[in-house]
Design a protein. Structure first.
Length: 147
């Protein structure tokens, strides 16, 4: 398995262990992890701290030229908000652990020139399936759905 996706899965598990939603993300530039993050909406009472947003926040301020060499890894297909961040900063690549339990606006993001690779990773999928089954109210809150 890809070492960077493994790092994102570690972040997802960290979030789950903290009582949060098991989604993790890492930002990679030139073959090096620049930052890590995991969904912290529950832990921090946040409306926006999805894994990708947490990861971007943890990266701090970067130059536009840095973002344009980056790949964002996420254990789950990024939502509209997280995909918008990718587009805003010109991140050219997203590697997705799985998109069966949730699929963000992948086609739109691709139409804007972002390359997407979906791994259909079993561990990512099982983490989300179990969480969605055990905590449907939290999951629906996270994706903006009524329960």
């Amino acid at each position: 398995m890809d070492e960077f996706l493994e790092a994102a899965i570690e972040e997802a598990k960290k979030g789950l262990a903290e009582g949060g939603i098991p989604i993790g993300s890492v930002l990679v530039i030139d073959g090096e992890i620049i930052s890590r993050g995991h969904n912290q909406r529950v832990q921090k009472g946040s409306s926006i701290l999805h894994a990708e947003i947490d990861c971007m926040e943890n990266a701090g301020r970067l130059k536009a030229s840095d973002y344009r060499r980056a790949t964002l890894y996420s254990t789950l297909s990024p939502c509209d908000m997280c995909s918008g961040t990718v587009l805003l900063y010109g991140i050219p690549n997203i590697v997705i652990g799985e998109n069966r339990t949730f699929r963000g606006p992948e086609n739109y993001v691709q139409s804007r020139g972002v390359k997407i690779l979906v791994n259909d990773n079993r561990e990512c999928r099982l983490l989300m399936e179990k969480f969605i089954n055990d905590h449907p109210e939290l999951w629906n809150e996270d994706i903006g759905e009524n329960f």
